[in-house]
Design a protein. Structure first.
Length: 259
């Protein structure tokens, strides 16, 4: 079950991305001029997106990809250009609207379905790959691990995601960020340690078939984020095995969490 703190943070994120900082986020994710500080964030996000894309197959024809917390859809577009069938989902109707407005013509077999809602919704189906770029960085390690478990249970290839590393530099940047106008600040990022996150992940039964394959840190001015690839090494359990692992089929499903 999602915690009260998680629900509160999700509400903050929805308000921020859908109302408070629409103009700022629209400019940041475009080619429009931005401040020097925000330019470093833009460069960092571009580098992170390139890193995550480099961990995906060059040819994704016939594959399904979930872009969990897609924002304005830049990663979705690149995956679709590789032939993927992309489900791009975000909690913000405004960001999804921007993504649809900016959607270029995509030749070949790839396509994108933009949705507003819950990235953990089981109705989305199974995927070959899942990418959650900077959509889990506002949550506690326990919530991150649980979200990864829910995503991993319906992923046949890899789950790629980012977290905020717990460093002195990030703490300093958070302090400096308090000088931004209050209405222009994003909800606080929650730094996590790699060791702590690994322990949380290892305790999630749904992730038993995955290995921590690789990680890479991107540091660009006011952007600091760590990419992680969880790669499936064992085939997903059958429906019967999944029921046994969960301790029986009589319990209610855990509520979904949004990016």
């Amino acid at each position: 079950m999602a915690s009260g703190s998680y629900d509160a943070r999700r509400g903050e994120l929805t308000t921020y991305f859908d109302r408070t900082a629409v103009e700022a986020w629209s400019r940041l994710t475009s080619d429009a001029p931005v401040s020097r500080i925000r330019a470093t964030v833009r460069a960092g996000r571009n580098a992170m997106r390139a890193t995550l894309l480099s961990w995906l197959p060059a040819d994704m024809t016939g594959m399904r990809l979930l872009d969990a917390g897609c924002g304005t859809g830049a990663l979705s577009v690149e995956a679709a250009r590789r032939g993927a069938e992309v489900v791009a989902i975000d909690v913000s109707p405004t960001l999804i609207g921007l993504a649809r407005e900016r959607l270029p013509t995509i030749s070949g077999a790839g396509r994108i379905e933009f949705r507003v809602g819950d990235m953990l919704d089981p109705a989305l189906g199974r995927f070959n790959h899942v990418v959650a770029m900077d959509s889990l960085i506002h949550y506690r390690a326990a919530d991150i691990a649980r979200a990864l478990a829910v995503l991993g249970a319906r992923t046949d290839g890899s789950v790629l995601f980012t977290v905020a590393p717990r460093t002195a530099l990030l703490t300093l940047m958070h302090a400096a960020g308090q000088f931004f106008p209050r209405g222009d600040r994003s909800p606080a990022i929650v730094p996590v340690t790699e060791g702590g996150l690994r322990r949380r992940i290892s305790s999630e039964k749904a992730l038993d078939g995955f290995a921590w394959a690789q990680s890479r840190r991107i540091n660009s001015g006011f952007y600091l984020s760590n990419a992680v690839a969880l790669t499936r090494t064992l085939p997903p359990p059958s429906a019967g095995e999944a029921t046994l692992r969960s301790g029986g089929g009589g319990g209610a499903a855990a509520p979904g969490m949004r990016t």
